[in-house]
Design a protein around this ligand. Sequence first.
Ligand SMILES: [Zn+2]
Ligand SMILES: [Zn+2]
Length: 544
Amino acid sequence: MTGDDLTGTVIDALVAFWAATALLVCVAYAFWVFLATAGRSAGRALGPFRAGRADSRVLTIGTEPAHPSYWPAQSWIDTGGAVGRSYRALWTLWRSHWMATVAGRLFLGRRPGTNRRGANAFTRLVMRLVAPGTAVGATAAALLATALHTLVLVVFCALVALVWASWWLTVAVVRGAERVWLLLRGVRTVCPHPRCHRPFPLAAHPCPQCRAVHTALRPGRHGVFRHACRCGARLPSSLLSGRGRTPAECPSCARPLPPSVGTTRVVHVPLIGGSSSGKTMLVAAVVAGLRSWSERGNLTMEFASDADQQDGEALDRQLDRNDWANKTQGDQRAWMILVGRGRRRRLLYLYDPMGESLEQADRVREQQYLAHADGVLFVVDVLADRTVRRALHGADDTLADGARPAAQGPVDTYQGLTGELAALTGGRGDLPVAVVVTKRDVLDRIEALPAPGARVDEWLGAIGLGGLVRGFTHDFKATGFWAVSASAATGTGALDSERRRAAEPVLWLLARSGLRVAALVESRGPVPRQGRRTDTRKQGVRQG
Ligand SMILES: [Zn+2]
Ligand SMILES: [Zn+2]
């Protein structure tokens, strides 16, 4: 055997020994240690650092006072934490423990566990001989464990991505379905409160526990069906889970909204007329009329909120006491009444703005309601018109004065309105107008005036207001004319026929919004017929 052969044999033997050592270290021990370490670190990263303590990884509550949902963002923060922490643990275990401590000490002839020098030259030699195999075995184990761990992480991330995608898909489907449903129903929400009247896509919802205002209570990153308020209360965030029944407020002016505002199509009807032209009485008569139709089973009618219910009862009590309906004080919010027929419902916003505001163009512009109007209820107090009044003398004049005519004539009010209407609606001219002549009970008793007949528009022409009629016909897409005695329709001893007639202008406007009530108006003929003079003469002293 030559020297070279001997060297070759020794090297072969050494390589075989190191390979055996490496295999033993890797398969029997190090691989499992690496794998366990990676798994444990990932698991720890997914759990809380210290139970019950604040955790910097948890997403904080932003402007919306709700806890962010887990799936949209926190799941990825946690997944990233698990990935990073497990790879760092693998690297640290290989470098600090296996290389620096175990292999390093063995190369120096020291015990890996205690760092004590080998007892004699032989043990030190054995230690030095196993060192390379150990280093190779540990490195192989680290690589194998990393590969397997990576595979597990890939599957894990794919599952997280799947849940994340399904979550967002659910959000998109629920939100889209709600959007389509609202679009089909023509729901377009506008604030009913004076000096606001702003449209908004989504109402704000105060938390019933802590009053924190949620402005994004819809399916989104705070949850699909429910949002968890920062106080812990759970709020329904979808129409499916009951958001429509949660108390709501206007996101612009923070005043309360009726619960049905987000689910029912609103029909916006401003009530235009000079101060003291009988608007409040007309509203009372309209409410009484709707109630009468509803009692006959022709439609359903209810106040949209408790506040409306109380206001309605207060107005009824006032009328029962034979009291003049108070002149609208301050800014009046809209009357909100739910009217339904068949499966359709409409939320009627009936505005009774201050009479004075229409006499000042700036105030009209301030009152945004005209921009969203679906129709106009124009109240005509003919006794306030100069031409009409010039024809009245003696007892007729006294009667007219007793009816407290409006401060401004209908022609002036109309001129103020049309200018503003064109500015606010971009001259779209597609609005219907229901013209209502009020105080008919007084008109019937004035001898100098012809009695308002079946054709109220012709009657207006006959008493010298033909220009006004032509204005309405020209500026509006559709016009309807009525003469109403609000006093005969309200209070004690109200006539049922008068009540129903008082609601007709509003029903006519509602019918144009798609509510099937046109038959109720038409059942009385295309143009409302008036009662005989004697009907209304019996009605007390109140004027509408
Ligand atoms: Zn709360
Ligand atoms: Zn508002």
